[in-house]
Design a protein around this ligand. Structure first.
Ligand SMILES: *Cc1c(COP(=O)(O)O)cnc(C)c1O
Length: 394
């Protein structure tokens, strides 16, 4: 039923699994046939406070019962409070622009970099350097910012100029020229394979770019909002980037993105805007999400969950060395490198049949992004099901 309607009326841009989820409680999902699944995906890092979160649901209900949307022609109280909260949690002197998605947040970051390059140097600077295994979004500009060659299909050409790619952090230094305005990277490459960079290398790059007055943009669309154990991966790496972008986990499922920058005066009235960005609905939801996650962090519960999850991954890895080559990732952004792409596809399929939802990243990485509020029981059950799935692969 759902499959037929979907195939007839929805553009088929996704390779979909036709399960029909009806209810969610924290990291557990139920389909229309009463099957339950442990969710190690959280909607690709989005449902940070779990499914059916009562506190977020109540805040959203109360907000939309009054005002859902007013437009950015007027001040929006929860938007201002959310910007303040993000600044406080990041421990940086920043201003925030709100968008509706990660790609849009990165577009905003690139616009700031372009205007900075135009106005802050004697010659016009417009180039942005990114990395080959990066992922920055699906709009025409952010797909070009994404380094993976396969994303630059001629189907959508021409793309905007000014992007170039490096394989490693070490390579970035040599490719900087007098037209470089910014370097944009993830601290843990998500889609690229759950690959964290060395803290030393990142700190060194940040220092070098600051001296050269070239902007450092950190794409925290996936790593932000406590995913790595700290509010921002930038906090974990102890750097203060010029621009940080966020999205996925920020609204707990309500679409919201944010461009966070220490350069509060580059964009001025009329430079940038969004109809929906930062409205009452998304910002009030995000405020509650941040309150919940701050409590989870401060109580020590988040750190405990991370340690327990990591122990379970290590156990799974030790028990299945025929399938996995190593474990990767940080916090609750974790991966297992699989011996080959076919085995990875088989694992994802078998995991689903055994009642646990998992993701892939790149060609070889089994990726796990559970809700940050996942319980110990859900973790144990999820790994039990994953072991069961793997036993059917060997
Ligand atoms: C998901 C993701 C994006 C794109 O976010 P959308 O909300 O899908 O536009 C950009 N950058 C990174 C690092 C991501 O993980």
């Amino acid at each position: 039923m759902i499959e037929q309607i979907d195939k007839q009326y929805v553009l088929q841009t996704y390779a979909r699994n036709y399960v029909n989820f009806k209810k969610g409680i924290n990291a557990t999902l139920f389909d229309d046939k009463q099957n339950d699944y442990i969710d190690f995906t959280s909607g690709i890092g989005v449902v940070s406070v779990g499914h059916g979160n009562k506190r977020v649901a109540d805040v959203i209900y109360n907000q939309v019962s009054n005002i859902t949307h007013i437009s950015n022609l007027y001040a929006i109280e929860p938007q201002a409070l959310l910007a303040k909260k993000i600044a406080e949690l990041s421990n940086m002197d920043v201003g925030v622009f709100f968008s509706n998605s990660g790609a849009e947040a990165n577009e905003g970051a690139i616009k700031i970099a372009r205007k900075y390059g135009e106005t802050q140097f004697e010659n016009k600077r417009y180039k942005v350097i990114t990395l080959t295994h990066s992922f920055h979004g699906r709009t025409i500009t952010t797909v070009k910012a994404t380094g993976q060659k396969s994303m630059h299909t001629p189907n959508f050409a021409p793309y905007p100029d000014g992007f170039s790619y490096n394989h490693t952090i070490d390579d970035v230094y040599d490719s900087i020229d007098e037209e470089t305005a910014a370097v944009m990277i993830e601290l843990v490459q998500g889609e690229g394979g759950v690959q964290p960079f060395d803290k030393d290398k990142i700190q060194e790059l940040a220092k070098f770019l600051k001296e050269k007055k070239i902007l450092l943009i950190i794409d925290e669309v996936q790593t932000g909002v406590f995913r790595t154990g700290e509010f921002l991966a930038s906090n974990l790496y102890e750097i203060t980037p010029d621009i940080i972008t966020m999205a996925k986990g920020l609204g707990g499922g309500v679409p919201i993105g944010a461009v966070v920058t220490t350069h509060k005066d580059i964009l001025t009235a009329g430079d940038h805007g969004s109809t929906f960005g930062g409205n009452y609905l998304s910002t009030s939801a995000a405020l509650e999400v941040l309150d919940i996650l701050e409590e989870t962090k401060d109580s020590g519960a988040l750190d405990e969950t991370i340690i327990h999850f990591q122990n379970k991954i290590n156990e799974l890895y030790e028990n299945n060395k025929k399938l996995f080559t190593k474990t990767v990732g940080l916090g609750l952004m974790r991966g297992l490198r699989v011996i080959d792409a076919d085995t990875l596809s088989a694992i994802i399929k078998e995991a689903f049949n055994c009642g646990v939802l998992v993701l892939k990243a790149g060609k070889h990485t089994l990726r796990l992004l559970p809700p940050l509020t996942i319980s110990k029981e859900e973790i144990n059950e999820g790994f039990k099901r994953l072991e069961n799935a793997l036993s059917k692969i060997k």
